[in-house]
Structure formats: structure tokens, C-alpha cells
Design a protein around this ligand. Structure first.
Ligand SMILES: [Ca+2]
Ligand SMILES: [Ca+2]
Length: 342
């Protein structure tokens, strides 16, 4: 049970937490959190269990000798009155989840450094005794605004209609003109110049995360943690203090913060930049690229017949930045790592 000693930090947090309207968390559901604290905070609340302690049947499969680790001394007869206290309360050598009396509880995988166990539940589910509401905040992802940059374009200009007679390579310019009308074909490329950027929103509202907390998990012979069952939803999560590493079978689900967090900031990074392309506008009847182009060909790496040209203009398309955003607390905030079994 010493693994749960760290719970004192989150236990201290509990009185600060609002008791909860129901707001969707990142799972799309609320979450149920069973909080170990290493203290015997819950006592009589587990007494709802009224089954008798026959100790028969499945009890033989359990490693009964490992139960009641910290209990010591003699144990009273009667039902397993507390399924979270780490002790065999009724003297049948079965402590907490190992005792059939604790039908409303189950074992979940243990996690080093866990300060709580959690699972998604329906939005309207109340916190079952002996758990208490727990609220945290999430910053999650944020949407960055992709700002356009420019494309760098070049075009190989050929005489004729099929790019078989190279004349020159041209770049963006107001207008290229011929001394006389002639056939031209073009093959060219366009590439992002890298000057697009990602703009972050001024702020991002934190998302609310609600759970239910109990003071400490109980004993499981398999080394897991005994927590109250939630009848409405599956899922197993643990809460770690700080930016911690999740251990299998848990994987990181979210980074959470104190519920008092007022604002998140968005960190935007540019992943890449995509060019919208380039083109050549061909003017057959005037030498100044004025009026409407008779033909517009793409600079897409393939040969395109521009027809008869008196002048032509190479046009660069814009580029679009590909952005990724991560929301983080806008100010100092205690953080927690939520790890879940997929
Ligand atoms: Ca027992
Ligand atoms: Ca017990």
C-alpha cells in the first residue's frame, strides 16, 4: 500500500475543487476517479456491503496469505465492512477486492506513482460513495490559423507545342514578350517559399474535467488496486502527479491541470507548407500581357501547350502553412497526467 502515499498532494487539492456540473471531458464522457490517499479517510461509508462472509467458493483461489498486509493483530468476525482499507475485516483471509463481500468493487491494474484511478462514466452519473467529486481542467489541442505564403515558380519555355525546343527558363515577372507571334509550350514547377506562418488564437478556454475521488484503493491479491465499480461505463485510467510517464497497459490520454486554471495559451508550430501551384497566362494578340489571357497552363511538372503567344506572364500561386497547435496553461498551474488503458 505504500505506493499510494503520494496521494496526499491530490487529497489536499480536493477541498478546492468545485463539486461539479457535468461537462464533457476529452473522452466525450465524464470520468470517474478513485483517489488513493494512504489515509483511512473512508470508514463507515463502505458499510453498505451487507453480504455475509462465508469465505467459501472462490476464496480458495486467492492468495489469502497476502491479504491484510498492514492490518496486523486479530480481525473481527462479520462481513468485509471496508473494501478499501487494505485489511481483511472479517477474518476470512480475504481482504477488500479478494473478498466476495466486496461485489461492488473490482481490481484495476496498478500504476507506480498513481495518485488516483479513473474511468469514463456517463455525464449524469453521480459519484458513488465513498467517492467525492473531483474537478480538473484540460487545455488539449487548439486551432491555429494558417497564413498564406508565396510559391517560387520557374518555367522552361519552349518553341513549338510539345516542349521539344527549349528557349529559356523564366521566373515570375510582370510580362515576357516576343518580338513576333510564335508558338510556345511550357513545363515548370512551383514550390512553397517557406514564408507562410501559423497564427495562434489569443487564448483558449480550458475544458472542464470531472471525476469522482475516493481516499485510497483497496487490496487486490494480483497486485492491482481495488476500486469501486462503476456500473455504467468501462474504462480504466490513473492520474499521475506532474508530467509523468504512463506505464503499460496505460497510455497517456491527457494532461490535466488545476480546475482553477482560467486560460490556456496556444502554441502553434508550422509542420510544413504546401504551394497552391503556379501558372502561365498566354496572350496571343498583344505584347503587354493585357486583356484576357487566351490560355492558362499549369506549372505542374508536365508539358503544356500555350498555343500562339505574343506575350506571357508567369504567375505564382499562394502557399498554405500546415499548422499544429498545442494548448498549454497561460500561467503557472499544477499538472497531472491522465493515463488510460486503451
Ligand atoms: Ca475478508
Ligand atoms: Ca477490507
Amino acid at each position: 500500500m505504500k505506493a499510494w502515499r503520494r496521494a496526499s498532494g491530490l487529497a489536499a487539492l480536493l477541498p478546492l475543487l468545485p463539486a461539479a456540473g457535468c461537462v464533457l471531458d476529452r473522452f466525450g464522457t465524464n470520468a470517474f476517479l478513485d483517489l488513493p490517499a494512504g489515509t483511512g479517510a473512508q470508514s463507515a461509508s463502505g458499510g453498505a456491503s451487507s453480504a455475509t462472509s462465508s469465505g467459501s467458493g472462490a476464496g480458495g483461489a486467492n492468495a489469502g496469505g497476502a491479504a491484510a498486509a498492514g492490518a496486523g493483530g486479530s480481525t473481527p468476525a462479520g462481513p468485509e465492512i471496508d473494501c478499501l482499507n487494505g485489511a481483511d475485516d472479517d477474518g476470512d483471509d480475504l481482504a477488500d477486492c479478494d473478498d466476495p463481500d466486496c461485489g461492488g468493487y473490482e481490481c484495476v491494474p496498478a500504476h507506480a506513482g498513481a495518485i488516483g484511478f479513473a474511468r469514463p462514466v456517463g455525464a449524469a452519473d453521480p459519484c458513488p460513495a465513498p467517492s467525492a467529486p473531483l474537478a480538473l481542467a484540460g487545455c488539449g489541442a487548439c486551432a491555429c490559423s494558417a497564413q498564406a505564403g508565396t510559391c517560387s515558380v520557374s518555367a522552361q519555355v519552349h518553341k513549338g507545342h510539345s516542349c521539344g525546343y527549349w528557349i529559356s527558363t523564366k521566373y515570375v515577372e510582370d510580362c515576357y514578350y516576343l518580338n513576333y507571334q510564335d508558338s510556345r509550350s511550357f513545363v515548370g514547377t512551383a514550390a512553397a517559399q517557406g514564408n507562410g506562418w501559423c497564427e495562434a488564437p489569443a487564448s483558449v478556454a480550458p475544458s472542464a474535467w470531472h471525476g469522482c475521488a475516493v481516499a485510497a484503493p483497496g487490496h487486490c491479491a494480483d497486485g492491482g488496486a481495488c476500486v469501486p465499480k462503476n456500473p455504467s461505463a468501462p474504462g480504466r485510467c490513473v492520474l499521475l502527479d506532474g508530467a509523468a510517464q504512463c506505464s503499460p497497459p496505460y497510455v497517456q490520454q491527457a494532461r490535466l491541470y488545476d480546475a482553477g486554471l482560467a486560460q490556456c495559451a496556444c502554441l502553434c508550430t508550422k509542420q510544413s507548407e504546401q504551394c497552391a501551384g503556379g501558372s502561365v497566362s498566354v496572350y496571343p494578340d498583344n505584347y503587354y500581357c493585357s486583356g484576357n489571357a487566351a490560355t492558362v497552363v499549369a506549372l505542374d511538372g508536365a508539358c503544356h501547350d500555350g498555343g500562339t503567344a505574343a506575350s506571357y506572364r508567369i504567375v505564382a500561386g499562394g502557399s498554405a502553412a500546415i499548422c499544429a497547435g498545442e494548448a498549454v496553461p497561460a500561467g503557472p498551474a499544477a499538472s497531472y497526467t491522465l493515463c488510460c488503458v486503451p
